[in-house]
Design a binder for this molecule. Sequence first.
Ligand SMILES: Cc1cc2nc3c(=O)[nH]c(=O)nc-3n(C[C@H](O)[C@H](O)[C@H](O)COP(=O)(O)OP(=O)(O)OC[C@H]3O[C@@H](n4cnc5c(N)ncnc54)[C@H](O)[C@@H]3O)c2cc1C
Length: 460
Amino acid sequence: MKIQSNEKIEALKKKIKGQIVLPDDLNYNEVRKIWNAMIDRRPAVIVQCAEADDVLHAISYARENGLEISIRGGGHNIAGSALCDNGVLIDFSNMKTVSVDVQKKRAYVEPGATLGDFDKAVQAHGLATPVGINSTTGIAGLTLGGGFGWLTRKYGMTIDNLVSAEMVTADGRKIYVSEDENADLFWAIRGGGGNFGVVTRFEFALYPIGPEIFAGLLVFPLDQAKQVLQKHREFVKSAPEELNIWVVIRKAPPLPFLPENVHGKEVVVLAIFYGGDTTEGEKLIDPLRSFGEAYGEHIGVMPYEQWQQTFDPLLAPGARNYWKSHNLTELSDGLLNLIIEFAGKLPSPHCEIFVPLMSGAANRVPSDAMAYGHRDAKFILNVHGRWDEAAQDETCIAWARELFKASAPFASTGAYVNFMSGDEEDRVAAAYGANYSRLKQIKKKYDPENIFHNNQNIKS
Ligand SMILES: Cc1cc2nc3c(=O)[nH]c(=O)nc-3n(C[C@H](O)[C@H](O)[C@H](O)COP(=O)(O)OP(=O)(O)OC[C@H]3O[C@@H](n4cnc5c(N)ncnc54)[C@H](O)[C@@H]3O)c2cc1C
Protein backbone atom coordinates (compact mmCIF):
# COMPACT_ATOMS: atom_id res chain seq x y z
CA MET A 1 0.00 0.00 0.00
CA LYS A 2 1.39 3.40 -1.01
CA ILE A 3 0.97 5.61 2.08
CA GLN A 4 -0.01 9.14 1.07
CA SER A 5 1.82 12.04 2.71
CA ASN A 6 -0.16 14.12 5.20
CA GLU A 7 0.65 17.36 3.39
CA LYS A 8 -0.67 16.13 0.08
CA ILE A 9 -3.83 14.71 1.63
CA GLU A 10 -4.43 17.92 3.60
CA ALA A 11 -4.04 19.94 0.40
CA LEU A 12 -6.57 17.68 -1.38
CA LYS A 13 -9.00 17.97 1.54
CA LYS A 14 -8.90 21.76 1.26
CA LYS A 15 -9.76 21.63 -2.41
CA ILE A 16 -12.78 19.35 -2.26
CA LYS A 17 -16.26 19.75 -0.83
CA GLY A 18 -16.64 16.01 -0.12
CA GLN A 19 -14.79 13.68 2.25
CA ILE A 20 -11.52 11.78 2.11
CA VAL A 21 -11.38 8.27 3.58
CA LEU A 22 -7.97 6.70 4.21
CA PRO A 23 -6.89 3.16 5.17
CA ASP A 24 -6.48 4.16 8.84
CA ASP A 25 -9.99 5.56 9.13
CA LEU A 26 -12.53 3.57 11.12
CA ASN A 27 -15.04 3.58 8.26
CA TYR A 28 -12.48 2.57 5.58
CA ASN A 29 -13.52 -1.10 5.38
CA GLU A 30 -17.19 -0.23 5.28
CA VAL A 31 -16.72 2.42 2.59
CA ARG A 32 -14.66 0.16 0.30
CA LYS A 33 -17.20 -2.69 0.38
CA ILE A 34 -18.89 -3.49 -2.92
CA TRP A 35 -21.71 -5.83 -3.93
CA ASN A 36 -19.61 -8.85 -4.95
CA ALA A 37 -17.95 -10.20 -1.80
CA MET A 38 -15.28 -11.94 -3.92
CA ILE A 39 -13.65 -8.57 -4.59
CA ASP A 40 -11.42 -7.28 -1.80
CA ARG A 41 -9.27 -4.35 -2.93
CA ARG A 42 -7.68 -1.57 -0.88
CA PRO A 43 -7.58 1.90 -2.46
CA ALA A 44 -4.93 4.29 -1.10
CA VAL A 45 -7.35 7.23 -1.08
CA ILE A 46 -11.13 7.27 -1.30
CA VAL A 47 -12.56 10.58 -2.48
CA GLN A 48 -16.22 10.69 -1.54
CA CYS A 49 -17.29 13.38 -3.98
CA ALA A 50 -19.95 15.96 -3.12
CA GLU A 51 -19.91 17.80 -6.47
CA ALA A 52 -18.52 17.50 -9.98
CA ASP A 53 -15.50 19.70 -9.19
CA ASP A 54 -14.33 17.14 -6.62
CA VAL A 55 -13.80 14.75 -9.52
CA LEU A 56 -11.43 17.24 -11.19
CA HIS A 57 -9.33 17.38 -8.02
CA ALA A 58 -9.40 13.60 -7.54
CA ILE A 59 -8.15 13.05 -11.10
CA SER A 60 -5.38 15.67 -10.69
CA TYR A 61 -4.32 14.10 -7.41
CA ALA A 62 -4.13 10.65 -9.00
CA ARG A 63 -2.16 11.96 -11.98
CA GLU A 64 0.29 14.00 -9.89
CA ASN A 65 0.99 11.07 -7.60
CA GLY A 66 1.11 8.33 -10.23
CA LEU A 67 -1.91 6.54 -8.80
CA GLU A 68 -4.48 4.64 -10.77
CA ILE A 69 -8.16 5.52 -10.72
CA SER A 70 -11.35 3.58 -10.20
CA ILE A 71 -14.89 4.91 -10.18
CA ARG A 72 -17.81 3.70 -8.10
CA GLY A 73 -21.46 4.37 -8.90
CA GLY A 74 -23.55 1.75 -7.12
CA GLY A 75 -20.67 -0.72 -6.65
CA HIS A 76 -22.59 -3.56 -8.32
CA ASN A 77 -20.29 -4.43 -11.16
CA ILE A 78 -19.71 -8.16 -11.09
CA ALA A 79 -16.05 -7.74 -12.09
CA GLY A 80 -15.50 -5.41 -9.13
CA SER A 81 -14.09 -2.68 -11.38
CA ALA A 82 -15.31 -0.02 -8.94
CA LEU A 83 -12.33 -0.82 -6.73
CA CYS A 84 -8.58 -0.68 -7.31
CA ASP A 85 -5.64 -1.54 -5.10
CA ASN A 86 -3.39 1.37 -4.06
CA GLY A 87 -5.17 3.92 -6.22
CA VAL A 88 -7.72 6.70 -5.95
CA LEU A 89 -11.33 5.60 -5.67
CA ILE A 90 -13.70 8.25 -7.00
CA ASP A 91 -16.73 7.36 -4.92
CA PHE A 92 -20.19 8.71 -5.66
CA SER A 93 -21.99 7.18 -2.66
CA ASN A 94 -22.87 10.67 -1.42
CA MET A 95 -24.09 12.04 -4.75
CA LYS A 96 -27.53 10.50 -5.17
CA THR A 97 -29.83 13.38 -5.98
CA VAL A 98 -32.49 12.78 -8.65
CA SER A 99 -34.41 15.87 -9.84
CA VAL A 100 -37.44 15.64 -12.09
CA ASP A 101 -38.81 18.13 -14.60
CA VAL A 102 -42.39 16.90 -14.84
CA GLN A 103 -43.33 19.18 -17.76
CA LYS A 104 -40.40 18.13 -19.91
CA LYS A 105 -40.51 14.51 -18.65
CA ARG A 106 -36.82 14.57 -17.82
CA ALA A 107 -34.79 13.26 -14.86
CA TYR A 108 -31.41 14.75 -13.86
CA VAL A 109 -29.48 12.15 -11.94
CA GLU A 110 -26.27 12.22 -9.88
CA PRO A 111 -23.97 9.23 -10.46
CA GLY A 112 -24.29 7.68 -7.00
CA ALA A 113 -28.05 7.16 -7.32
CA THR A 114 -29.26 3.58 -7.21
CA LEU A 115 -32.14 2.37 -9.34
CA GLY A 116 -34.22 2.54 -6.14
CA ASP A 117 -33.33 6.22 -5.65
CA PHE A 118 -34.20 6.87 -9.27
CA ASP A 119 -37.53 5.00 -9.27
CA LYS A 120 -38.62 6.66 -6.03
CA ALA A 121 -38.03 10.16 -7.39
CA VAL A 122 -39.63 9.62 -10.79
CA GLN A 123 -42.54 7.50 -9.57
CA ALA A 124 -43.56 10.35 -7.27
CA HIS A 125 -44.76 11.85 -10.59
CA GLY A 126 -46.01 8.59 -12.15
CA LEU A 127 -42.98 8.48 -14.46
CA ALA A 128 -40.22 5.96 -15.26
CA THR A 129 -37.60 4.95 -17.81
CA PRO A 130 -36.16 1.49 -18.48
CA VAL A 131 -33.59 0.49 -15.85
CA GLY A 132 -32.59 -2.87 -14.33
CA ILE A 133 -34.48 -5.24 -12.08
CA ASN A 134 -32.57 -4.90 -8.80
CA SER A 135 -33.10 -1.65 -6.95
CA THR A 136 -29.66 -1.48 -5.31
CA THR A 137 -27.83 -1.43 -8.67
CA GLY A 138 -26.18 1.89 -9.54
CA ILE A 139 -27.71 3.95 -12.36
CA ALA A 140 -24.21 5.03 -13.51
CA GLY A 141 -22.58 1.70 -14.32
CA LEU A 142 -25.87 0.26 -15.58
CA THR A 143 -26.40 3.13 -18.01
CA LEU A 144 -22.82 3.30 -19.28
CA GLY A 145 -22.87 -0.42 -20.15
CA GLY A 146 -26.36 -0.33 -21.73
CA GLY A 147 -29.08 -1.07 -19.19
CA PHE A 148 -32.26 -3.04 -19.64
CA GLY A 149 -35.20 -4.19 -17.57
CA TRP A 150 -38.97 -4.62 -17.53
CA LEU A 151 -39.68 -1.54 -19.70
CA THR A 152 -37.10 -2.33 -22.37
CA ARG A 153 -39.44 -3.97 -24.88
CA LYS A 154 -41.63 -0.88 -24.83
CA TYR A 155 -39.11 1.95 -24.41
CA GLY A 156 -35.74 0.44 -25.32
CA MET A 157 -32.59 0.24 -23.26
CA THR A 158 -31.51 2.77 -20.63
CA ILE A 159 -29.02 4.25 -23.12
CA ASP A 160 -31.78 4.73 -25.67
CA ASN A 161 -33.30 7.16 -23.19
CA LEU A 162 -30.14 8.99 -22.18
CA VAL A 163 -30.54 12.56 -23.44
CA SER A 164 -27.29 14.13 -22.25
CA ALA A 165 -24.57 13.86 -19.63
CA GLU A 166 -22.12 16.09 -17.80
CA MET A 167 -18.62 14.62 -17.73
CA VAL A 168 -15.12 15.20 -16.45
CA THR A 169 -12.48 14.15 -18.98
CA ALA A 170 -9.05 12.61 -18.44
CA ASP A 171 -7.40 16.00 -19.06
CA GLY A 172 -9.51 17.62 -16.37
CA ARG A 173 -12.25 19.42 -18.31
CA LYS A 174 -15.92 19.54 -17.39
CA ILE A 175 -17.92 19.06 -20.57
CA TYR A 176 -21.42 18.21 -21.77
CA VAL A 177 -22.30 15.45 -24.19
CA SER A 178 -25.47 14.95 -26.22
CA GLU A 179 -26.48 14.42 -29.86
CA ASP A 180 -25.55 18.10 -30.43
CA GLU A 181 -22.47 18.54 -28.26
CA ASN A 182 -19.40 16.29 -28.25
CA ALA A 183 -21.52 13.80 -30.17
CA ASP A 184 -18.66 11.32 -30.59
CA LEU A 185 -18.26 11.03 -26.84
CA PHE A 186 -22.03 10.77 -26.39
CA TRP A 187 -21.99 7.89 -28.89
CA ALA A 188 -19.19 6.18 -26.94
CA ILE A 189 -20.61 6.42 -23.44
CA ARG A 190 -23.85 4.75 -24.51
CA GLY A 191 -22.49 1.25 -24.01
CA GLY A 192 -18.74 1.95 -23.79
CA GLY A 193 -18.72 1.89 -19.97
CA GLY A 194 -16.43 4.06 -17.86
CA ASN A 195 -13.68 4.13 -20.50
CA PHE A 196 -14.04 7.74 -21.63
CA GLY A 197 -14.38 9.96 -18.59
CA VAL A 198 -16.31 10.39 -15.37
CA VAL A 199 -20.02 11.13 -15.67
CA THR A 200 -21.19 13.55 -13.02
CA ARG A 201 -24.80 13.93 -14.16
CA PHE A 202 -27.17 12.01 -16.43
CA GLU A 203 -30.29 13.34 -18.13
CA PHE A 204 -32.97 10.77 -18.99
CA ALA A 205 -36.27 10.88 -20.90
CA LEU A 206 -39.26 9.68 -18.84
CA TYR A 207 -42.63 8.08 -19.65
CA PRO A 208 -45.87 7.74 -17.71
CA ILE A 209 -45.88 4.35 -15.90
CA GLY A 210 -48.17 3.09 -13.17
CA PRO A 211 -47.88 3.91 -10.38
CA GLU A 212 -49.86 0.61 -10.33
CA ILE A 213 -48.84 -2.12 -12.75
CA PHE A 214 -49.72 -5.81 -13.16
CA ALA A 215 -46.88 -8.20 -12.33
CA GLY A 216 -45.79 -11.27 -10.44
CA LEU A 217 -44.30 -14.74 -10.40
CA LEU A 218 -45.57 -18.09 -11.71
CA VAL A 219 -43.55 -21.01 -10.34
CA PHE A 220 -43.41 -24.40 -12.11
CA PRO A 221 -41.58 -27.65 -11.26
CA LEU A 222 -38.30 -28.23 -13.13
CA ASP A 223 -39.64 -31.46 -14.64
CA GLN A 224 -42.11 -29.32 -16.63
CA ALA A 225 -39.37 -26.94 -17.74
CA LYS A 226 -39.19 -28.03 -21.37
CA GLN A 227 -42.88 -27.46 -22.07
CA VAL A 228 -42.99 -24.24 -20.04
CA LEU A 229 -39.97 -22.81 -21.86
CA GLN A 230 -41.22 -23.86 -25.29
CA LYS A 231 -44.62 -22.30 -24.66
CA HIS A 232 -43.00 -19.16 -23.26
CA ARG A 233 -40.87 -18.93 -26.41
CA GLU A 234 -43.98 -19.04 -28.61
CA PHE A 235 -46.05 -16.74 -26.40
CA VAL A 236 -43.56 -13.87 -26.33
CA LYS A 237 -43.27 -13.82 -30.14
CA SER A 238 -46.64 -12.08 -30.44
CA ALA A 239 -46.97 -10.53 -26.97
CA PRO A 240 -47.49 -6.75 -26.80
CA GLU A 241 -44.43 -4.72 -25.91
CA GLU A 242 -45.92 -3.58 -22.60
CA LEU A 243 -45.47 -7.21 -21.51
CA ASN A 244 -42.13 -8.60 -20.48
CA ILE A 245 -41.43 -12.08 -19.14
CA TRP A 246 -38.08 -13.22 -17.81
CA VAL A 247 -37.29 -16.84 -17.01
CA VAL A 248 -35.48 -17.63 -13.77
CA ILE A 249 -34.37 -21.19 -13.01
CA ARG A 250 -33.06 -21.92 -9.53
CA LYS A 251 -33.82 -23.72 -6.28
CA ALA A 252 -37.05 -22.35 -4.85
CA PRO A 253 -36.49 -19.82 -2.09
CA PRO A 254 -38.82 -20.05 0.92
CA LEU A 255 -41.47 -17.81 -0.65
CA PRO A 256 -44.66 -17.69 1.43
CA PHE A 257 -46.92 -18.53 -1.53
CA LEU A 258 -45.07 -21.82 -2.20
CA PRO A 259 -45.83 -24.99 -0.21
CA GLU A 260 -43.04 -25.73 2.28
CA ASN A 261 -42.10 -29.01 0.57
CA VAL A 262 -41.23 -27.04 -2.59
CA HIS A 263 -38.67 -24.84 -0.83
CA GLY A 264 -35.19 -25.83 -2.03
CA LYS A 265 -36.49 -27.76 -5.06
CA GLU A 266 -35.45 -26.75 -8.59
CA VAL A 267 -38.10 -24.58 -10.20
CA VAL A 268 -38.78 -22.60 -13.37
CA VAL A 269 -40.12 -19.14 -12.61
CA LEU A 270 -41.84 -16.88 -15.10
CA ALA A 271 -41.36 -13.33 -13.84
CA ILE A 272 -44.12 -11.34 -15.53
CA PHE A 273 -44.50 -7.59 -15.95
CA TYR A 274 -47.24 -5.70 -17.74
CA GLY A 275 -46.92 -1.92 -17.84
CA GLY A 276 -50.25 -1.13 -19.53
CA ASP A 277 -53.81 -1.18 -18.22
CA THR A 278 -53.89 -3.57 -15.25
CA THR A 279 -57.20 -5.27 -16.20
CA GLU A 280 -55.79 -5.91 -19.65
CA GLY A 281 -52.66 -7.38 -18.03
CA GLU A 282 -54.70 -9.86 -15.99
CA LYS A 283 -56.45 -11.14 -19.16
CA LEU A 284 -53.27 -11.21 -21.17
CA ILE A 285 -51.26 -13.38 -18.83
CA ASP A 286 -54.02 -15.91 -18.09
CA PRO A 287 -52.82 -18.40 -20.78
CA LEU A 288 -49.43 -18.59 -19.02
CA ARG A 289 -51.12 -20.49 -16.19
CA SER A 290 -51.79 -23.39 -18.54
CA PHE A 291 -48.11 -23.76 -19.48
CA GLY A 292 -47.88 -26.44 -16.77
CA GLU A 293 -49.15 -27.27 -13.31
CA ALA A 294 -47.70 -24.45 -11.24
CA TYR A 295 -46.48 -25.00 -7.68
CA GLY A 296 -47.81 -21.56 -6.93
CA GLU A 297 -48.22 -17.99 -8.08
CA HIS A 298 -48.07 -14.51 -6.70
CA ILE A 299 -49.44 -12.17 -9.34
CA GLY A 300 -51.54 -9.07 -9.18
CA VAL A 301 -51.76 -5.32 -9.22
CA MET A 302 -48.96 -3.64 -7.31
CA PRO A 303 -46.96 -0.40 -7.31
CA TYR A 304 -44.30 -0.29 -10.04
CA GLU A 305 -41.78 0.72 -7.39
CA GLN A 306 -42.55 -2.41 -5.35
CA TRP A 307 -42.14 -4.67 -8.38
CA GLN A 308 -38.78 -3.03 -9.09
CA GLN A 309 -37.62 -4.42 -5.72
CA THR A 310 -39.01 -7.95 -6.10
CA PHE A 311 -35.63 -9.55 -6.77
CA ASP A 312 -33.71 -7.58 -4.13
CA PRO A 313 -33.81 -10.33 -1.48
CA LEU A 314 -32.35 -12.88 -3.94
CA LEU A 315 -29.63 -10.49 -5.10
CA ALA A 316 -28.57 -8.94 -1.82
CA PRO A 317 -24.95 -7.76 -1.42
CA GLY A 318 -22.42 -9.82 0.52
CA ALA A 319 -22.49 -13.13 -1.40
CA ARG A 320 -19.72 -14.42 -3.68
CA ASN A 321 -20.58 -14.09 -7.37
CA TYR A 322 -19.23 -15.21 -10.72
CA TRP A 323 -21.41 -14.53 -13.77
CA LYS A 324 -21.19 -15.46 -17.44
CA SER A 325 -23.52 -14.46 -20.23
CA HIS A 326 -24.36 -14.83 -23.91
CA ASN A 327 -26.59 -12.86 -26.27
CA LEU A 328 -29.24 -14.93 -28.00
CA THR A 329 -31.40 -14.35 -31.05
CA GLU A 330 -33.53 -17.42 -30.28
CA LEU A 331 -34.18 -20.05 -27.64
CA SER A 332 -33.58 -23.25 -29.57
CA ASP A 333 -34.56 -26.68 -28.21
CA GLY A 334 -30.88 -27.60 -27.91
CA LEU A 335 -30.24 -24.61 -25.67
CA LEU A 336 -33.32 -25.34 -23.56
CA ASN A 337 -32.08 -28.92 -23.04
CA LEU A 338 -28.72 -27.60 -21.85
CA ILE A 339 -30.29 -25.08 -19.50
CA ILE A 340 -32.45 -27.81 -18.00
CA GLU A 341 -29.47 -30.16 -17.66
CA PHE A 342 -27.44 -27.50 -15.78
CA ALA A 343 -30.47 -26.57 -13.67
CA GLY A 344 -30.38 -30.17 -12.47
CA LYS A 345 -26.90 -29.65 -11.03
CA LEU A 346 -27.09 -26.21 -9.40
CA PRO A 347 -24.09 -26.19 -7.05
CA SER A 348 -25.58 -23.82 -4.45
CA PRO A 349 -29.05 -22.68 -3.31
CA HIS A 350 -28.32 -19.23 -4.79
CA CYS A 351 -26.99 -20.18 -8.24
CA GLU A 352 -29.48 -19.36 -10.96
CA ILE A 353 -30.00 -19.12 -14.68
CA PHE A 354 -31.71 -15.90 -15.79
CA VAL A 355 -33.13 -15.48 -19.28
CA PRO A 356 -34.15 -11.82 -19.75
CA LEU A 357 -36.31 -10.98 -22.74
CA MET A 358 -35.09 -8.07 -24.88
CA SER A 359 -36.72 -7.54 -28.34
CA GLY A 360 -39.25 -4.80 -29.13
CA ALA A 361 -37.92 -1.24 -29.00
CA ALA A 362 -34.44 -2.45 -28.04
CA ASN A 363 -34.20 -4.23 -31.40
CA ARG A 364 -35.33 -1.26 -33.48
CA VAL A 365 -32.24 0.92 -32.88
CA PRO A 366 -29.58 0.66 -35.62
CA SER A 367 -26.56 -1.30 -34.43
CA ASP A 368 -24.16 1.59 -35.12
CA ALA A 369 -26.31 4.28 -33.47
CA MET A 370 -24.22 4.08 -30.31
CA ALA A 371 -21.48 1.95 -28.73
CA TYR A 372 -23.84 -0.83 -27.62
CA GLY A 373 -24.61 -2.56 -30.89
CA HIS A 374 -26.28 -5.92 -30.29
CA ARG A 375 -29.70 -4.91 -31.46
CA ASP A 376 -30.45 -8.41 -32.71
CA ALA A 377 -30.37 -9.89 -29.18
CA LYS A 378 -33.86 -11.10 -28.33
CA PHE A 379 -32.85 -12.87 -25.14
CA ILE A 380 -29.81 -13.02 -22.88
CA LEU A 381 -28.55 -16.11 -21.13
CA ASN A 382 -27.21 -14.97 -17.81
CA VAL A 383 -25.55 -17.63 -15.68
CA HIS A 384 -25.43 -16.41 -12.09
CA GLY A 385 -22.88 -18.35 -10.08
CA ARG A 386 -23.69 -17.22 -6.53
CA TRP A 387 -22.76 -18.74 -3.16
CA ASP A 388 -21.71 -17.90 0.39
CA GLU A 389 -18.44 -19.63 1.30
CA ALA A 390 -14.97 -19.34 -0.28
CA ALA A 391 -14.74 -23.13 -0.05
CA GLN A 392 -17.41 -23.34 -2.77
CA ASP A 393 -15.55 -21.02 -5.19
CA GLU A 394 -14.14 -23.73 -7.39
CA THR A 395 -17.36 -25.74 -7.76
CA CYS A 396 -19.63 -22.77 -8.42
CA ILE A 397 -17.23 -21.06 -10.84
CA ALA A 398 -16.78 -24.35 -12.71
CA TRP A 399 -20.57 -24.78 -13.05
CA ALA A 400 -20.94 -21.27 -14.51
CA ARG A 401 -18.01 -21.73 -16.89
CA GLU A 402 -19.21 -25.14 -18.08
CA LEU A 403 -22.70 -23.89 -18.89
CA PHE A 404 -21.22 -20.83 -20.60
CA LYS A 405 -18.93 -23.02 -22.72
CA ALA A 406 -21.57 -25.60 -23.57
CA SER A 407 -24.07 -22.91 -24.58
CA ALA A 408 -21.61 -20.94 -26.76
CA PRO A 409 -22.74 -22.66 -30.00
CA PHE A 410 -26.24 -21.24 -29.42
CA ALA A 411 -25.06 -17.66 -28.78
CA SER A 412 -25.37 -14.76 -31.19
CA THR A 413 -22.64 -12.16 -31.62
CA GLY A 414 -21.31 -9.75 -29.02
CA ALA A 415 -21.81 -9.69 -25.29
CA TYR A 416 -23.27 -7.37 -22.68
CA VAL A 417 -20.24 -5.86 -20.91
CA ASN A 418 -22.22 -5.26 -17.72
CA PHE A 419 -22.56 -9.01 -17.20
CA MET A 420 -18.91 -9.86 -17.84
CA SER A 421 -16.69 -11.11 -15.04
CA GLY A 422 -13.19 -9.84 -14.29
CA ASP A 423 -11.46 -12.55 -16.32
CA GLU A 424 -13.00 -11.69 -19.70
CA GLU A 425 -10.52 -9.05 -20.88
CA ASP A 426 -9.93 -10.99 -24.09
CA ARG A 427 -13.66 -10.84 -24.88
CA VAL A 428 -14.01 -7.02 -24.86
CA ALA A 429 -13.33 -6.46 -28.58
CA ALA A 430 -15.76 -9.24 -29.52
CA ALA A 431 -18.30 -7.82 -27.07
CA TYR A 432 -18.42 -4.59 -29.10
CA GLY A 433 -18.07 -6.24 -32.50
CA ALA A 434 -18.21 -3.83 -35.44
CA ASN A 435 -18.33 -0.78 -33.12
CA TYR A 436 -14.99 -1.57 -31.49
CA SER A 437 -12.74 0.23 -33.97
CA ARG A 438 -14.69 3.50 -33.57
CA LEU A 439 -14.55 3.08 -29.78
CA LYS A 440 -10.77 2.73 -29.99
CA GLN A 441 -10.49 5.99 -31.97
CA ILE A 442 -12.65 7.85 -29.46
CA LYS A 443 -10.65 6.36 -26.58
CA LYS A 444 -7.46 7.67 -28.21
CA LYS A 445 -8.98 11.15 -28.48
CA TYR A 446 -10.36 11.43 -24.93
CA ASP A 447 -8.16 9.13 -22.82
CA PRO A 448 -4.92 8.44 -24.74
CA GLU A 449 -3.09 7.38 -21.58
CA ASN A 450 -5.87 4.99 -20.56
CA ILE A 451 -6.17 6.47 -17.08
CA PHE A 452 -9.72 5.08 -16.99
CA HIS A 453 -8.83 1.40 -17.27
CA ASN A 454 -10.63 -0.18 -14.35
CA ASN A 455 -13.51 -1.33 -16.54
CA GLN A 456 -14.06 -3.70 -19.47
CA ASN A 457 -11.15 -1.89 -21.04
CA ILE A 458 -11.04 -0.48 -24.54
CA LYS A 459 -7.40 0.06 -25.45
CA SER A 460 -6.70 2.67 -28.13
C1 LIG B 1 -27.71 -7.96 -8.67
C2 LIG B 1 -27.51 -7.35 -10.01
C3 LIG B 1 -28.58 -7.18 -10.85
C4 LIG B 1 -28.39 -6.62 -12.11
N1 LIG B 1 -29.46 -6.45 -12.92
C5 LIG B 1 -29.30 -5.83 -14.12
C6 LIG B 1 -30.40 -5.57 -14.95
O1 LIG B 1 -31.55 -5.90 -14.64
N2 LIG B 1 -30.18 -4.93 -16.13
C7 LIG B 1 -28.94 -4.52 -16.52
O2 LIG B 1 -28.82 -3.92 -17.57
N3 LIG B 1 -27.86 -4.76 -15.73
C8 LIG B 1 -28.01 -5.41 -14.56
N4 LIG B 1 -26.92 -5.66 -13.77
C9 LIG B 1 -25.58 -5.31 -14.25
C10 LIG B 1 -25.26 -3.87 -13.89
O3 LIG B 1 -25.76 -3.05 -14.93
C11 LIG B 1 -23.73 -3.68 -13.78
O4 LIG B 1 -23.26 -4.46 -12.73
C12 LIG B 1 -23.34 -2.22 -13.59
O5 LIG B 1 -21.96 -2.09 -13.81
C13 LIG B 1 -23.68 -1.73 -12.21
O6 LIG B 1 -23.47 -0.36 -12.10
P1 LIG B 1 -22.95 0.26 -10.72
O7 LIG B 1 -22.89 1.73 -10.86
O8 LIG B 1 -23.73 -0.30 -9.59
O9 LIG B 1 -21.51 -0.39 -10.70
P2 LIG B 1 -20.08 0.11 -10.20
O10 LIG B 1 -19.41 -1.17 -9.81
O11 LIG B 1 -20.14 1.19 -9.22
O12 LIG B 1 -19.45 0.68 -11.52
C14 LIG B 1 -19.14 -0.16 -12.58
C15 LIG B 1 -18.23 0.54 -13.53
O13 LIG B 1 -18.94 1.55 -14.21
C16 LIG B 1 -18.10 2.65 -14.43
N5 LIG B 1 -18.69 3.81 -13.75
C17 LIG B 1 -19.48 3.82 -12.67
N6 LIG B 1 -19.84 5.09 -12.39
C18 LIG B 1 -19.27 5.87 -13.31
C19 LIG B 1 -19.29 7.26 -13.56
N7 LIG B 1 -19.97 8.10 -12.82
N8 LIG B 1 -18.57 7.72 -14.60
C20 LIG B 1 -17.87 6.89 -15.39
N9 LIG B 1 -17.82 5.56 -15.19
C21 LIG B 1 -18.52 5.06 -14.17
C22 LIG B 1 -16.75 2.31 -13.90
O14 LIG B 1 -15.94 1.77 -14.92
C23 LIG B 1 -17.06 1.25 -12.89
O15 LIG B 1 -15.99 0.36 -12.69
C24 LIG B 1 -27.09 -6.23 -12.52
C25 LIG B 1 -26.01 -6.43 -11.66
C26 LIG B 1 -26.20 -6.98 -10.43
C27 LIG B 1 -25.03 -7.23 -9.56
